[in-house]
Design a protein. Sequence first.
Length: 272
Amino acid sequence: MHLDRYDLYERTVQSPEKVVAFLRAIHGRSPRVLGEDFCGTAAVSRAWLKLVPGGSAVAVDLDAEVLERARSPEAHGRLERIQGDARAATDAARHAADVIFVGNFSIGEIHGREELVRYFARSRERLRKGGVLACDTYGGASAFRVGAIERSHWIEGAARIRYVWEQREADPFTGEVVCAMHFRVERGGEIVQSIEDAFVYRWRLWSVPELRDALAEAGFAWTEVRSELYGDPGLGLGVAGETSRSSFDATEGFIVCVAGHRDGVSPGCSPA
């Protein structure tokens, strides 16, 4: 069984079904339309179609090759694939969404603050009443350290995928990082496939307060931070001005979801 780099990524890094449950919980109602920006293979969009009754999705990415992987008979008429820059490729009226998701740290593809605020403002225009934009990021004391971690995943055929996440460069003065992913497939103790530098990313690593400030400037009514990105979606609700800290207080590093709500007031807050 030969797996390409996208197969390996989906099998080791992503949990689309859990992300869909998480996004629906953040929205808090019954969202139907997902916008997945910087979508890659659109794994979250494909899971959305399976799990959300009557759901549809708009998946945007610059790379035509990865978008082609999202093509399927089941998605016909329910998944619109757009090849283009997610910062400008969608139309507010035609591509209106209940939830917009920027996953896999892809918000780091935007390197300037003015550009970030513009993207958030455009996204807010796309959102329907009650809509939410959510993006993930990482931080903590280890966020700008260079180094690597290795993890293993067993798959069918008694094969094991070892993948390495490497932070190759990191500049805390500019917020810029260079990260890479490497894969090795083993069967019976023998290496049957190896891909070095399967993916290399050059990101601006935005901090949690930077993202929240940019969302507020772009017009979002309130923001929250969730620490249970792949855990119980019912945990970790942060109201405006607060951060849920349940799963990262004692750790050097953390992954969180920062969400901006288009309108309304946060739970526990009275309207102004």
